[in-house]
Design a binder for this molecule. Structure first.
Ligand code: V0D
Length: 254
C-alpha cells in the first residue's frame, strides 16, 4: 500500500500500534486475497508456491487482526468460479485448508479464535471439508476473533438461496408478504449473526467486488492495494485500518 506514507516504527510488542485510534477499530474486516499466482510468476515459481505463500500471509494477518481487537476477519479464499481453473491447481488448492489447519489450529485454539465457514459444502472434497468442519467444531465455543473463511462462496447464490427461503416461508404461511423486510433476508444469509464488514481490502490491484458479500458490503469502506497477497503483512493491515480511520473520522460520528 505504497500510497500510505506511514511507518509503524514505534510498534509495541503486542497491542495496538500508537498511530491507530483504539476506539475506532473496524469490527469486521474482509479481505479478497488476490495475487498469489502473479506473485509466483514474478519469482519464476509455480502457482502452487504462490498459494502456499498466501497461506503464510493468512497467519500473519490473523495474528495482527486479533492483536488489535478486530472481531471478525473474513477471508475470500475460493469462489464458486474457481472450479474453472485447471484440475491440478484446484486439487492443490483443496489441500491448503488441511495444511493450514494442521499447522495452525492448535495456535488458533490457544488464541481463542473461532473458525467459521461461509460457502457451499457441495462439491468440496471430503478431505477438505472434513478438516474445515473439524476446525469449526473444535473452536465453536471460542469467544475471540472469528476467522471466517469464505470458501466455495458466491454472493448471488447466497442471496438467491435466501430469497428461496423467504418464498417458501410465504408459501407455507409462516410469513406474510408485508412481513418481508431486510431482516428477513439478512437472517437467511450465511453471514447471519455477523456484523456487516466495516472494511474490505482487495489486494493485487483489482478494483472489483467479484461476487463477494454484495448485500453485506452496502456501506463498507473499500481499500484496494497493489500488493500481491503473499506480500501483505501485519503492517499493511494496520496501514489499511489507519486509512479506514481517516475516512471514518471525516464522515462518521454524530
Ligand atoms: C490459496 C491465499 C487457507 C488464497 C491463501 C481452497 C489462495 C492460500 C485456506 C483455508 C487458500 C480455508 C478454510 C479453512 C482453513 C484454511 C485456504 C483455499 C485457498 C481455498 F478452514 N489458505 N487457503 N483455502 N490459499
Amino acid at each position: 500500500m505504497s500510497q500510505f506514507k506511514t511507518w509503524f516504527g514505534k510498534k509495541k510488542e503486542a497491542g495496538i500500534p500508537e498511530q491507530l485510534d483504539e476506539t475506532n477499530i473496524p469490527k469486521h474486516v474482509a479481505i479478497i486475497m488476490d495475487g498469489n499466482g502473479r506473485w509466483a510468476r514474478r519469482r519464476g515459481l509455480p502457482r502452487a508456491a504462490g498459494h502456499h505463500a498466501g497461506m503464510k500471509a493468512i497467519k500473519r494477518v490473523t495474528v495482527a487482526a486479533d492483536n488489535i481487537g478486530v472481531e471478525v476477519l473474513s477471508l475470500y479464499s475460493f469462489s464458486t468460479e474457481n472450479w474453472k481453473r485447471p484440475r491440478d491447481e484446484v486439487d492443490y488448492l483443496m489441500k491448503l485448508p488441511q495444511e493450514f489447519l494442521a499447522l495452525e489450529l492448535d495456535e488458533l485454539i490457544e488464541k481463542n479464535v473461532r473458525v467459521r465457514m461461509t460457502g457451499w459444502k457441495e462439491g468440496v472434497p471430503a478431505h477438505t471439508l472434513g478438516a474445515v468442519e473439524e476446525a469449526v467444531e473444535k473452536t465453536k465455543n471460542n469467544t475471540g476473533l472469528i476467522l471466517n473463511f469464505a470458501f466455495n462462496y458466491g454472493s448471488r447464490m447466497e442471496m438467491m438461496e435466501a430469497v428461496r427461503g423467504i418464498v417458501k416461508a410465504v408459501q407455507s404461511g409462516e410469513l406474510t408478504l408485508e412481513q418481508v423486510d431486510e431482516a428477513s433476508l439478512e437472517s437467511r444469509l450465511q453471514t447471519a449473526g455477523l456484523p456487516d464488514p466495516d472494511l474490505l481490502i482487495r489486494t493485487s490491484g483489482e478494483r472489483r467486488i467479484s461476487n463477494f458479500m454484495l448485500w453485506q458490503l452496502a456501506y463498507t469502506e473499500l481499500i484496494f492495494s497493489d500488493l500481491y497477497w503473499p506480500d501483505f503483512s501485519d503492517e499493511h493491515l494496520y496501514e489499511a485500518i489507519l486509512e479506514y480511520q481517516s475516512r471514518n473520522r471525516r464522515f462518521g460520528g454524530l
